[in-house]
Design a protein around this ligand. Structure first.
Ligand SMILES: Cc1cc2nc3c(=O)[nH]c(=O)nc-3n(C[C@H](O)[C@H](O)[C@H](O)COP(=O)(O)O)c2cc1C
Length: 364
């Protein structure tokens, strides 16, 4: 039996998939839904002193043409529109009734977090994540919050900063680091109307989802190499394979926002199940077996001698790799049951290895 439980900063999770601050953690009921959907831990929408005045529209899918919305979204949502008093009296209690670890998210200035921190702690949340999305000033916020609460605190970092530097300065003051928040500002135009798709003052929004994942992975790797506190990965997680990738660069757990917006609350259980399945199929017993394994290969030593090795047991002759071989080195003919790589034409770029859905190609 594969063990996908994880523990960090004293929080024990049955699986490493958590909600992230966003519309699918916007109140107690959505958090309870996430619990029913198989999530391992809860992170609530960010609260601040005053409820947010959110522009409308505030979400737009990053789809091209009629399909493809799975690429991600742009959003112009802010923090919670629910008054913090309602969170303290009602919403956290509803979420806590799930029995899962609950992390509150708070913003934004040192004064605001030190005013709200003790109230959140009193409401029974198990930890606090603070967001520095709009304000920066990470260390001052961390110090202010740490001074007023006993429960663990996590800093959530934006990809717009030097994450390793910021993580190092935060390390003495926090119990963990969450990377990353959305990237931006970004823009999309509805070409039928000629208007920006979002209702923010300039139409700009922040990118999340699958398109954000490579940025998030790089940031998590940078943070994990810079500090010894636990790191929680967030950005584009939509499958068990994504969880594995984040764990391999040192994450202890992940948060999921966009995939839950696009797919609904059962996404968490699906992703957790796929994570267990991947570990089982690859002969691992627990998340610890793979945690951080990629970090020791990030030393420029990866090489590919042409041509890549092909496993004909796995190859289905689907024809995807010759389409993306810009050097014209691959020939596939399903009728003739033929797969050939011309070693003289192959430039060892590696593209075919990454496009193969069946993992039939590998570097040698
Ligand atoms: C609509 C929307 C609202 C969000 N609201 C918050 C928020 O209130 N506080 C916060 O720290 N992050 C917020 N985020 C950022 C997410 O928590 C997460 O860091 C980011 O979307 C990347 O993860 P994902 O690719 O799984 O969405 C929001 C994201 C979206 C898409």
């Amino acid at each position: 039996m594969v063990d996908i439980s994880t523990e960090f900063a004293g929080l024990k999770l049955k699986n490493p998939v958590m909600t992230a601050a966003g519309p699918t953690s916007r109140d107690g009921m959505t958090l309870l839904n996430a619990a029913a959907g198989g999530v391992g831990g809860l992170v609530a929408k960010t609260v601040s002193i005053k409820p947010a005045d959110v522009p409308r529209p505030n979400m737009a899918a990053l789809k091209e043409g009629r399909v493809g919305s799975r690429r991600g979204i742009l959003n112009a949502e802010l923090w919670s529109e629910i008054p913090v008093e309602q969170w303290l009296e009602r919403e956290y209690a509803i979420a806590l009734s799930s029995g899962l670890p609950l992390i509150a998210s708070v913003g934004y200035t040192p004064e605001e977090v030190s005013q709200l921190g003790p109230k959140l702690e009193k409401a029974g949340v198990h930890a606090i994540e603070f967001s520095t999305h709009y304000v920066g000033g990470h260390t001052e916020i961390a110090k202010a919050l740490k001074e007023v609460v006993e429960i663990p605190i996590f800093a959530k970092i934006s990809p717009k900063v030097d994450v390793a530097e910021v993580a190092k300065s935060l390390e003495p003051h926090v119990d963990g680091i969450v990377g990353i928040n959305t990237y931006g500002p970004c823009l999309r135009i509805d070409i039928e109307t000629g208007k920006p798709m979002l209702g923010s003052s300039d139409g700009f929004g922040w990118m999340s989802g699958v398109s954000l994942k490579p940025i998030a992975l790089r940031c998590v790797a940078d943070i994990a190499r810079a500090v010894n506190v636990p790191v929680i990965g967030v950005g584009g997680v939509a499958s068990g394979a994504d969880v594995i990738e984040f764990l391999m660069v040192g994450a202890s757990a992940v948060e999921v926002c966009t995939a839950s917006i696009l797919e609904g609350h059962t996404v968490y259980g699906r992703i957790a199940g796929e994570t267990a399945e991947w570990l089982k199929n690859h002969g691992y017993d627990s998340l610890e077996d793979i945690k951080g394994v990629a970090l020791r290969h990030m030393d420029g030593s990866a090489t590919l001698t042409p041509p890549p090795t092909v496993d004909m047991e796995k190859c289905t002759l689907c024809g995807l790799c010759p389409k993306s071989c810009v050097y014209g080195a691959i020939t596939v003919d399903k009728k003739k049951d033929l797969f050939e790589i011309d070693k003289d034409l192959c430039e060892a770029c590696g593209m075919c290895i990454s496009v193969c859905p069946y993992h039939a190609l590998s570097a040698n």
